[in-house]
Design a protein around this ligand. Sequence first.
Ligand SMILES: [Zn+2]
Ligand SMILES: [Zn+2]
Length: 393
Amino acid sequence: MKPIIWFVCILFSSVLMAQEMSIGVLRSYNVKRILFSYNQGSYQIFGDSTDFGAILPNEFVDIRFLSPNKISMNKGAVHLGNFSKITLVANQDSNSITLTSKTPKVKIRKYQGNFELSPEDKGLRIVNLVDMNDYLSGVVESEGGGGRDIEYYKVQAIMCRTYALKSIGKHEEEGFQLCDRVHCQAYHSMLRFTPNIRKAVKATENLVLIDEDEHLAGTFFHANCGGQTSQAAYVWNRDLPYLSSFKDTFCIYTKQANWEKRVPQQTWADFLVKKYNYPIYDSLYGAKIFHFEQSERTAFYHSAELGIPLRDLRRQFKLKSTFFSCHPEGLEVVIKGRGVGHGVGLCQEGAMRMAKYGYNYLQIALFYFPGLKVVNYLDYLYFRQRESHPENF
Ligand SMILES: [Zn+2]
Ligand SMILES: [Zn+2]
């Protein structure tokens, strides 16, 4: 083997085996004051480069934003000083710490990994430096909740890993790789439902979904498809072969499968006529302004020529999905719908039921993402490298 191959192998394995992620947390808020308190195992505190000892059981540090250049730190009632950077380092890998944002008040969170805090223009930048597996455990927990079958968690872990690796660098300019908000994947705490999630993340270590062009796939998911998934183009104007529409009977008996909503006829008509010039005096369309039958998923109300996307109606009337039919009753329009969410990609309730019925993670992943492949990301990087630089191999 040429030395370069050794180098590439060592590089990839060292990058991935202990891949550390940097995640901006509490990014939905402008945090001005936060407490870090003992949860499991001690954390060493540094103000700039000064070591202030550890946070021990029943102890906490109180960190406040002062200006775009300075933050202050108290340990209990003792003022430790003002700094441009505060670092909290876990004394062991498995340690975790509790975060309580005081201004504004936010539900407490627990995270693993280390923390770096620094001032931004108007508040604190709080960055969690965390091992990939620990990060994914937090994401799977935030996105999927507790009490699921392990095969379901494995699918969710593969999707979340793929999404994270595909999105890495999104927040580079802000000083971290990803944030904790939904657009980067929710990462809102962890350690409540951990054992099965951790096992699933570990069992699928490095596995990702790639498409036929060998790119990391867009691993979209939603709560319940209502019996038929949606083509990506119906939601985002862009189609991908593995985000196609197909029947899914695994989710149709679950509690979110059917819903109903009523809207005053006047409100419905006003919206259609004013916003989209609905042809209310047209002999064909006039009579069916409140009547719409959708037995198969479609993108538009009545027909594409009217140009009324169902996703606009969903947004306007806060409907659970675009997969609905409607009819008039009294002075109202009765909207009867199926499913919850955009309907693209994996249907969570369907996937959970598949897992319950004994399907394994590969069967579930490939049912919802037909045409994709599950591969080891290390091999994927290695082969891509070999393709782009064959002279080195
Ligand atoms: Zn983000
Ligand atoms: Zn479904």
